[in-house]
Design a protein around this ligand. Structure first.
Ligand code: UDP
Length: 489
């Protein structure tokens, strides 16, 4: 297979945001490991984030490289170097960021002209890459970065609008037409405000439309995890999709696991030896992804809840703009937590931590990468969704897979910095003690999570469902490219 696919040249174009870039870089590396030539398209600041991993791949003989295009930050009024969503600190800046992303079409097409790749795999947030691909007669695969389940939920909410039949934001409705009874409330639905002249709403429409015109969709998921929804997505929604995840499992050694996203400045060895000193499955990992930032009052509730639970923890804190100090910690907290908890304010090697045998639970914002990384580690989760499609992912964990306990946030946020307290100390305490305790329900979740973790590992191994789907998509692209070549000869 590897030698057959040797000449296939694939462009990978991720959106410049950690939650989108990290998995698509994993996918580019995965393709290269299976014999294709992989070229990643990105901007100068973002290229630095994964340069070391790509160098290691090159040294090991893989055909992988990067093409850099400039990011017009200053042209759209952003500070120089603001090339990643992580550097966006206000909703207005986000609109400018999207504008700058749209301006990448011309330099991108220049690269297509020069290199004439056989295929483009690009992020859903770059819908115009479908037009670019068509212009050059190249197939485009879209990368969503979420689950089949979430795409099915969103589709049926749009299709049937069940939220229009409820009398309040908190009244529960069932999402019609799905394989399971999925319950939600209006307050949990994404709401981008007035949709007229709203660039985000326009973008979401474009994403749908160009996805239908694409060659297909690559999913960072595995068939056994959500088979009913993988089927629904292809059969009921008419998409062509390949489930090739969890792509994080491609990172097999500690250095690859640690070098995803930002450079971590934490003392990794101290963190791992601290975990080594803990009992198996006794530690809860508390982290809310790369973007979510809670206000001081909410952080204080988390701190008090964790302390009251008496469960060892690793807590990654991302403070909001303006409160980067210790004000949120209760008096004497760090001294009392000595030996019991680790607090990091920086980027941490998340997959390395989750895969440690001492970690037994994960409190997460339900970003899809974190969700899948938790599932792959075989541990149950506490769900605390905030924005994007995170409430959908919560439903998958709590209503379909039954490996998650809700923290209790019920309100979707437009912005990643919710100001209010949505989960109190008591709610944190309840969720943590239930998940990490020895109750029957928790034991059941642990067992189910362990089984799913095993399935995730098998899916990406030779002969597994994701391994086979990757083989299938590469083979199909190769045949497509050969047919095109024969036609032009
Ligand atoms: N991540 C990490 N260290 C951190 C924070 C995040 O390695 O300190 C990684 C995490 O493993 C995941 C990604 O960043 O792969 C976050 O993606 P996710 O979809 O979970 O959430 P988002 O950041 O997009 O909200």
């Amino acid at each position: 297979m590897a030698s057959e696919a040797r000449n296939l040249h694939v462009f990978f174009f991720p959106l410049m945001s950690h939650g989108h870039m990290i998995p698509l870089i994993d996918i580019a590396r995965l393709f290269a490991a299976r014999g294709t030539k992989s070229t990643i398209i990105t901007t100068p600041v973002n290229a630095l984030l994964f340069a070391e991993s790509i160098d290691r791949d090159k040294k090991s003989g893989l055909d992988i490289g990067v093409q850099i295009i400039p990011f017009p930050a200053v042209e759209v009024g952003l500070p120089e170097g603001s090339e990643n969503e992580n550097s966006i600190t206000a909703p207005e800046m986000y609109v400018s960021f999207l504008k700058a992303v749209g301006m990448l079409q011309q330099p991108f097409e220049q690269l297509l002209e020069e290199h004439r790749p056989d295929c483009i795999v690009s992020d859903m947030f770059l819908p115009w890459t479908t037009d670019s691909a068509q212009k050059y007669g190249i197939p485009r695969l879209a990368f969503h970065g979420t689950s089949c389940f979430s795409l099915c939920v969103s589709e049926n909410i749009t299709r049937y609008a069940p939220q229009e039949n409820v009398r309040s934001d908190s009244e529960v409705f069932v999402v019609p037409g799905l394989p399971h009874q999925i319950e939600m409330t209006k307050s949990q639905l994404a709401n981008y405000g007035d949709t007229t002249n709203n660039p985000l709403a326009e973008l979401l429409d474009n994403i749908q439309e160009t996805e239908l015109r694409s060659f297909g969709v690559l999913m960072n998921s595995f068939y056994e995890l959500e088979s009913a929804y993988a089927e629904y997505y292809t059969k009921e929604m008419g998409r062509r999709a390949w489930n090739i995840g969890p792509v994080s499992r491609h990172n097999r050694n500690n250095i690859d696991k640690a070098q995803r996203g930002e450079k971590s400045t934490i003392d990794e060895h101290h963190c791992l030896s601290w975990l080594d000193s803990k009992k198996q499955k006794s530690v809860i990992f508390v982290s809310f992804g790369s973007a979510t930032r809670f206000g001081t009052a909410q952080l204080l509730e988390i701190a008090k809840g964790l302390e009251a639970s008496d469960v060892p923890f690793i807590w990654v804190v991302r403070t909001g703009t303006g409160n980067e100090n210790d004000q949120f910690l209760p008096e004497g907290f760090e001294e009392r937590m000595e030996g019991k908890g680790l607090i990091f304010r920086d980027w941490v090697p998340q997959v390395l931590i989750l895969d440690h045998p001492a970690v037994g639970g994960f409190m997460t914002h339900c970003g899809w990468n974190s969700t899948l990384e938790g599932i792959s580690a075989g541990i149950p989760l506490i769900t605390w969704p905030v924005f994007a499609e995170q409430f959908n992912n919560e439903k998958l964990l709590t209503q379909v897979l039954n490996i998650g306990i809700r923290a209790g946030n019920d309100v979707w946020n437009y912005w990643i910095e919710p100001k209010d307290v949505s989960v109190t100390k008591e709610m944190v305490l309840k969720a943590v003690t239930e998940l990490m305790g020895s109750g029957e329900e928790a034991e059941g979740m642990r067992k189910k999570a362990r089984e799913l973790g095993e399935m995730a590992k098998k899916a990406v191994e030779k002969g597994g469902s994701s391994y086979n789907d990757l083989t299938a998509v590469i083979e199909e692209l190769r045949q497509h490219s050969q047919r095109l070549m024969q036609r032009t000869q």
